[in-house]
Design a protein around this ligand. Structure first.
Ligand code: CA
Length: 759
């Protein structure tokens, strides 16, 4: 790492201006793509897309059946696909792809695959280009929210082909030569859709075809224009000159072919590739300029803007604009067309922690749209979404749509019906999950309501569920209280303390508890699974976001609490695989991170570093937050220490680099860590700015020795949301050794979030 020099004011201004034109070049879509099923460096793919898009576009190296579809270490590409995949563990849906071949026709994913090299790749959020060595051609793509421009350039004169693959599980293609157009339907999905689900696409080329045809994996039908099959495709043949480029524009719709054409006309119209690209670059530069960082190394700036990019490419807009420019969507919940906004392809178990709090800070209007969509999903399906892609999926635990609503509400985002929200919370908190989708409602609801914990082994991951239900109850209490529904708020507030029912004072850990109240035998805090979700008790003991002071009491006070947090890092990274029966990738990644039992590669413990502030030991938060930022994040293909997970891992970094983190969404407090950059300026939604200035910062200077907020002495280890949103500046004095005085007094510490319920 390079030492940091403070720039003179004039040069600093010039660098900001340069940054405004080019931040998109600092974001690397290839970050995290060097992953395998066994070891995740992010499990990402290079998503070419606008912020919160309906469609993403990505090259793919793997056969269509492999959800780990772009693997950096591979050397063949099969095309650029439209993708909606949130995670390889959920899988992709509604895919079709385009690929050029030259000299001879090759249609199947194996036959058309081309060798490529990373040195010919250009990847940024708004643009992807690669040379296909086998075909001596390049392909380029640039996105709008629902459409894309493609350009294929052939290096030699001859027969150039563009191959459309509409994937399997039911697809249709139709070539319309008179209009230089191909239309089609793909129905591929991995669950979470109704019977009538379809993705209608339209592709318009910039010149006539010489000839065309259709294909299936078994046969090519030369001259045929129409095909419906399990797996249909089409091809277009062009006579190309040396260096000639063929362009096309592509759009799709979940509603109808006419809507697909409307999306194309609305978002691209008569614009050419370069105009679409310029607009995409401008959109990204405006987005990334919402937080301007100065100082740090170039690599740290690349990592930061890569994290900004990954923080805002999920969830996906699932809505389109009708002929009156009103948002409408096909609902994956009831198969009907509805007015309004719906967002999808995210798991709230991951993203409630930092992603949605980031949206609440930067994009309150989008947060309100997301929540209105969730309430519509509740009306259409009877449940709030938990893991949607595009409809309900059976994945993970908890009721974290509650967290989104409570966090938005306390931060002044009131553009949704709070009464309806409380109705939905009351329903979901009290209703047993459906057999096939344990992620929605509550698995073990009846026992939990009656006894205050979820029993093991009757219910899988029962202790993790108890902890997350208790946090959900806190969030529900916050909103119910605000909505004036005090009886329900009181009941939720009482249940929010249920975390105590799975804390075992004897071992000092949360633990599996049986239906008769006894603890499960043979407890070992390094054992994964069983009553826990993708973790062990070292990870889950901290999942008491809303009452950390209560947890401190259970653990024996500030000193004991601090030692227990220290022990997470000091305990060797040994693993008992428990109910998983083998090393799952999250275990391997914890071992590789080499921070003891601290497993930053997965969500349960990601807030834990910030908990030292509650015990008056903020210097430990500062050191560990800085260590994770600098050791476990890079902008490179191996740049994450575990699954990125639809923005959560990246949003952790964005907040942490700013110097604060939302430990308990549903409250307005952010806990202070260690600002990474000399200066960061947040452009707030109403045009105001909040500046974080870290004086004397440097690689070996993670500690805070003093601070001022808007010029006044600041000795707290938390910031309130309103202190940020009203604009202003906080200035930290950074130093190389722990400062045991700053932020350590009882009055400096954050309060128990649960306390807001009695205000
Ligand atoms: Ca994860």
């Amino acid at each position: 790492m390079k030492p940091i020099h403070l720039l003179p004011a004039a040069i600093a201004t010039a660098s900001v201006m340069a940054a405004e034109t080019g931040l998109v070049h600092l974001a690397n879509p290839l970050q995290g793509t060097d992953s395998t099923r066994e070891f995740s460096h992010g499990n990402t793919y290079p998503a070419v897309a606008l912020p919160f898009p309906m469609n993403k576009w990505a090259p793919y190296t793997q056969p269509a059946k492999d959800p780990f579809f772009y693997q950096y270490r591979q050397n063949k590409l099969r095309g650029i696909r439209q993708t909606h995949q949130p995670s390889p563990w959920i899988g992709d849906y509604a895919n079709f792809s385009l690929m050029p071949v030259f000299g001879k026709l090759a249609v199947t994913e194996d036959d058309r695959a081309s060798v490529f090299r990373h040195e010919t790749e250009i990847a940024r959020p708004s643009y992807y280009k690669v040379r296909l060595d086998t075909w001596r051609a390049t392909m380029e793509v640039t996105p709008t929210e629902r459409a894309a421009g493609f350009r294929f350039t052939f290096e030699e004169a001859g027969d150039g082909y563009i191959v459309l693959d509409a994937f399997d599980k039911g697809s249709e293609v139709e070539v319309i030569p008179a209009e230089n157009k191909v239309i089609g339907i793909c129905r591929n999905h991995r669950d979470g859709v109704p019977e009538n689900f379809a993705n209608y696409f339209v592709i318009v080329f910039d010149r006539p075809f010489v000839t065309h045809g259709t294909w299936t994996p078994d046969a090519v039908h030369e001259g045929k224009s129409k095909l419906a099959a399990d797996h249909a495709g089409a091809y277009l043949k062009f006579k190309v000159g040396k260096g000639e480029a063929i362009g096309c524009k592509v759009a799709s719709s979940y509603i109808s072919p006419a809507q697909a054409q409307r999306n194309l006309d609305r978002e691209i119209g008569g614009r050419d590739f370069d105009a679409v690209l310029a607009a995409a670059d401008a959109t990204w530069n405006a987005m990334l300029n919402r937080i301007r960082v100065e100082g740090g190394s170039e690599e740290q700036q690349r990592t930061f803007y890569s994290a900004m990019y990954r923080s805002v490419i999920f969830p996906h807009r699932f809505f389109e604009f009708d002929e009156n420019d009103k948002p409408v969507y096909f609902s994956p919940y009831d198969g009907k067309i509805h007015q309004g906004t719906l967002y999808t392809d995210t798991g709230y178990w991951d993203t409630f922690r930092a992603s949605h709090p980031l949206y609440n800070l930067l994009f309150p209007d989008i947060s309100a749209e997301i929540i209105r969509g969730n309430l519509a999903a509740y009306e259409q399906s009877g449940w709030l979404p938990a893991w949607s892609s595009p409809g309900h999926r059976a994945c993970m635990i908890g009721n974290h749509a509650f967290s989104l609503m409570a966090d938005a509400w306390v931060k002044g985002i009131t553009g949704f019906d709070a009464n309806k929200a409380v109705d939905a919370m009351v329903h979901d908190a009290n209703t047993q999950s459906p057999e096939k989708i344990r992620a929605i409602g509550r698995d073990g609801a009846e026992f939990y309501q009656k006894n205050g914990w979820v029993p093991f082994p009757e219910f899988k991951e029962a202790t993790a569920k108890t902890l997350e239900y208790a946090y959900g109850d806190f969030c529900a209490a916050v909103l119910a209280r605000s909505a004036g529904r005090h009886a329900e708020a009181d009941e939720f507030a009482r249940d929010a303390m249920n975390y105590k029912n799975v804390f075992d004072a004897e071992t000092g850990f949360v633990r599996g508890r049986k239906a008769d109240g006894a603890w499960c035998e043979n407890f070992d805090p390094i054992e994964w699974g069983g009553p826990f979700t993708e973790g062990n008790s070292w990870h889950w003991t901290w999942s008491v976001f809303h009452d950390v002071p209560g947890l401190i009491k259970l653990l024996g006070g500030d000193g004991a609490f601090g030692r227990k947090l220290d022990a997470v890092f000091q305990t060797p990274p040994d693993v008992k695989v428990g109910s998983y029966g083998h090393m799952i990738h999250e275990m391997t990644e914890m071992v590789a991170s080499n921070m003891g039992q601290y497993a930053h590669g997965n969500q349960p413990i990601q807030h834990m570093i910030y908990l030292y502030n509650y015990a008056g030991q903020p210097w430990k938060t500062q050191a560990r937050a800085r260590e994770v930022m600098t050791r476990l994040y890079q902008s490179t293909p191996d740049g994450f220490c575990g699954d990125e997970d639809t923005g959560q891992m990246s949003s952790w970094y964005v907040f942490s680099a700013l110097g604060f983190y939302p430990v308990c969404p549903g409250t307005t407090e952010y806990l202070i860590g260690s600002p990474l950059f000399d200066r960061a300026t947040i452009a707030l939604p109403d045009g105001r700015e909040f500046v974080i200035h870290a004086k004397s910062n440097g690689p070996q200077r993670p500690y805070i020795a003093g601070a001022t907020l808007n010029g006044g002495k600041f000795n707290r280890t938390f910031l309130d949301h309103a202190e940020i949103t009203k604009g202003g500046s906080i200035e930290f004095e950074m130093t190389s050794a722990p400062d045991y005085g700053w932020g350590t007094q009882p009055e400096s510490r954050p309060a128990a979030a649960i306390g807001i319920l009695s205000k």
